[in-house]
Design a binder for this molecule. Structure first.
Ligand SMILES: [Zn+2]
Length: 205
């Protein structure tokens, strides 16, 4: 029988000492799964003798990757030369949240980066692998309003990026799944069909 995963999301800025404490407390409360940011130092594979890593191993915790990692799919430094990759807000391109998903170049960069990010962490993620790709916190609806994107709602724009990332993931592991956030009141109204390896979630659990 598949074991239900009770998750604890860990902020990548959490120190090794703090991790040990919060993981210990979480295990006591029945947590069996840790979700670590895709750029978390855990995935670098060094420092294996940290106590929190021993805690993970001794308790055979499931490891998942992701969090508010959507922004990692498009490096902000690209703004200097390719502003149209980024979202438009009142006629101006901005780097603060998300991107312009109807630009084919955005999609090709997202695809490339997704593949790189997933393959970097793949080995350390427990099978069947679960990833989390969440939009920026409190800015779930802050997406692109360029002439091409205007026809799509923020949840639809989010799904375009998720579908791209899902395709990249399926190439590496077609059993893996991505959990994403449904933040629209009426998800059925979305005009973009989610890929089969995407799992909609109404809240982070
Ligand atoms: Zn756009």
């Amino acid at each position: 029988m598949k074991q239900k995963r009770i998750r604890l999301f860990i902020d990548k800025r959490t120190s090794a000492g703090q991790r040990e404490k919060i993981i210990y407390l979480a295990i006591e409360k029945g947590c069996n799964t840790l979700v670590l940011s895709m750029d978390d130092k855990y995935f670098e594979g060094k420092n294996e003798d940290y106590k929190y890593i021993k805690l993970i191993n001794n308790n055979a915790l499931f490891i998942e990757a992701g969090g508010h990692n959507l922004r990692m799919l498009l490096p902000r430094k690209k703004y200097f030369f390719q502003r149209d990759l980024f979202r438009m807000d009142q006629g101006r391109r901005k780097t603060d949240h998300h991107f312009c998903p109807t630009n084919p170049r955005t999609i090709s960069i997202v695809s490339e980066n997704a593949e790189q990010l997933f393959s970097r962490v793949l080995e350390k993620v427990t099978t069947p692998r679960i990833f989390h790709l969440l939009p920026d916190k409190n800015h779930e609806n802050t997406w692109c309003s360029c002439p091409a994107c205007r026809a799509f709602t923020p949840p639809e724009q989010y799904l375009m990026i998720l579908n791209t990332a899902s395709d990249a993931l399926a190439k590496l592991d077609n059993e893996a799944r991505i959990i994403y956030l449904v933040f629209d009141k009426d998800p059925q109204a979305q005009g973009i069909i989610p890929r089969k390896n995407l799992i909609a979630s109404k809240k982070l659990t």
